[in-house]
Structure formats: C-alpha cells, structure tokens
Design a binder for this molecule. Structure first.
Ligand code: HEM
Length: 267
C-alpha cells in the first residue's frame, strides 16, 4: 500500500506542478480532473480508502463530516467516490494556513436554532433546503455525550422524547470521567438513509439543531417528505454534497501547495 501511496503522491506533485503553471480560471475544480494528469490517481486513492473502510466502516462517517468541516472552513479536501457515490469536482491544493480557532467560529454548534443554522449555511451559499438535506448525514456515525448532555441534565429537554432521554442518561451519566460515545441513529447506525428524518420527527435525534428542523412549516414539510417518499433523500443528498463541494474554488489556483510527507503541517 505504501508504494501505491507514493505513486499517488508523485502523481499529485506532477499534477500540482503542472497546475501551478495554469491561469487560475483553467485550474478550477473539475470532475475527472486527475484523469488527464495522473490516470491512476483516483483509482489508487479509491482502493486504498476502500481497504481502510472494509476494516473500519466507521471511517465513512468521519470522512463525510471532515468534508463538511473542510468545506465550511477552508475548502481544501477532494473527496472520492468510494465514500459518497457522487463524482465531485477535484483538484484542490492544500492551504498554507491552518488555524484551529477558525473552526470554532465557522462551524455550527449543536445548540444552534433554525435561524442560526440557516445563517451559517447561507454564508456558504447553501439554502435552507440544502441544510435540511445535508443534516441527513446524521443518520450515520457517532457523537460524544458532551455534544448533547445539556439536553439531558438537569432535566430532559422537553424537545426530546422523554423515554429516549432516559436511555441516553444511562449511556451518558452526568460528570462521567470519560466522555462516552453513542450512535447518531440507533435504528440503522451504519446506513446513510432517511431514518434520520424519522428520528427527528419522533424527537429521538441527538442534537437541538436536529430538532430545530421541525420549527418552521417549510423545513418540517421537507423532513416529512423524506420520511415518506422513497429515494428522495438520496438524490437530494448527492446534489447537496456536490454543491457543498463547490463552495470555494480558491485553492484550485496558485494559492495553495502540495504538502510534504508531514501533511498535517504546512510545508
Ligand atoms: C446542521 C448543522 C450541523 C451541526 C450542528 C452538526 C453537529 C455535529 C455534532 C455535534 C456531531 C458529533 C460530534 C461529536 O461529539 O463527536 C456531529 C457528527 C457528525 N456530523 Fe454533523 N453537524 C451538522 C451538519 C452536518 C453536515 C452538513 C454533515 C455532512 C454532510 C455532517 C456530518 C456528520 C457526521 C457524518 C457525523 C458523525 C461523525 C463520526 O461518527 O465520526 N454534519 N455533527
């Protein structure tokens, strides 16, 4: 696998070097970007990621969440089809700035109400409908107790199903020494599907922000449609992921770099 990664990195370096010679407009994001520059790049990444996912299916949720965070913060991540079944435009470079506090300012916390969520997504060019669709990612993956314990103590939030709240209290005791972890969706924890919207309707989704989708007739209707029309969520989700992946083309030009082997630090 290491040799595959090194071929990929070599390819990326060539591709990026080539790309840096282009005017920004020509270097913008494209579906199939690597095909002309490094034919095997995407298939190498795909099979490498697939191997990791087979060993640890929980990675899918982590990658989808990272993509969301990345799109809202500095837009540097290309995501491959093995994780989400859509062809996203690729060719972003790594940024030259990495600033942890930016994430806190730019990402919506789970305590946000509908107006705050709408504003956060609108800042990134995403509509309320797209926000409702993308929230469906909370049908997979997990959450730390600390992200929702304010809804459990001292009393169970009236916007949460009280029986569900009592069960969560057992999994997330108050003042526990270790921050526990629970599935986002207790019904089908590993399936990216419309179950999330059923959970929202039955007040068994974890976050206040999830519940907030019931607080306008427009968003409530969309939630309800996803629970009733088979397949509607998946089509919208794929389109919304593509849109989210297009938030910024900034780093497709000359403002980025290709990181060296210690890729979590700027070169
Ligand atoms: C609407 C605003 C959103 C809020 C307030 C929010 C908040 C959160 C929080 C608090 C967690 C749990 C973190 C933890 O305690 O470990 C989480 C997990 C997750 N979120 Fe969101 N999120 C939002 C939107 C999104 C979007 C748009 C996506 C992707 C399209 C997404 C994908 C995920 C995934 C997949 C997980 C599980 C991660 C894992 O298991 O590793 N979220 N989110």
């Amino acid at each position: 696998m290491e040799s595959k990664i090194s071929i990929f990195i070599t390819c990326l370096v060539f591709a990026a070097a080539f790309q840096l010679l282009l005017p920004v407009s020509e270097a913008s994001l494209k579906v199939g970007y690597y095909k002309s520059k490094c034919k095997k790049a995407e298939s190498i990444v795909k099979s490498t990621v697939r191997n990791f996912i087979v060993k640890n299916p929980g990675l899918v949720a982590g990658v989808i969440r990272m993509f969301f965070h990345d799109c809202f913060v500095r837009c540097e991540m290309d995501i491959c089809k093995v994780v989400v079944n859509v062809d996203l435009r690729k060719s972003r470079l790594d940024g030259r700035v990495s600033n942890g506090s930016e994430a806190l300012q730019l990402l919506p916390p789970p305590s946000f109400n509908l107006t705050q969520l709408e504003a956060s997504f609108a800042r990134n060019g995403l509509s309320t409908a797209e926000m409702v669709t993308l929230s469906g990612a909370h049908s997979i993956g997990r959450s730390h107790c600390s992200s929702f314990t304010s809804r459990l103590y001292p009393t169970i939030d009236p916007t949460m199903n009280q029986g569900f709240g009592s069960s969560l209290r057992k999994l997330c005791p108050q003042n526990a020494a270790v921050d526990g972890v629970v599935p986002q969706d207790f019904v089908s924890p590993n399936k990216l599907d419309e179950q999330y919207y059923k959970n929202v309707e039955s007040l068994t989704a974890l976050f206040f922000s999830d519940w907030s989708l019931l607080t306008s007739s427009e968003t409530q209707k969309q939630v309800d449609t996803y629970t009733k029309v088979p397949g509607a969520f998946k089509v919208d989700f794929a389109n919304a992921m593509i849109k989210m992946g297009s938030i910024s083309d900034a780093l497709a030009g000359s403002s980025g770099e290709v990181r060296g082997p210690t890729c979590r630090a700027v070169n």
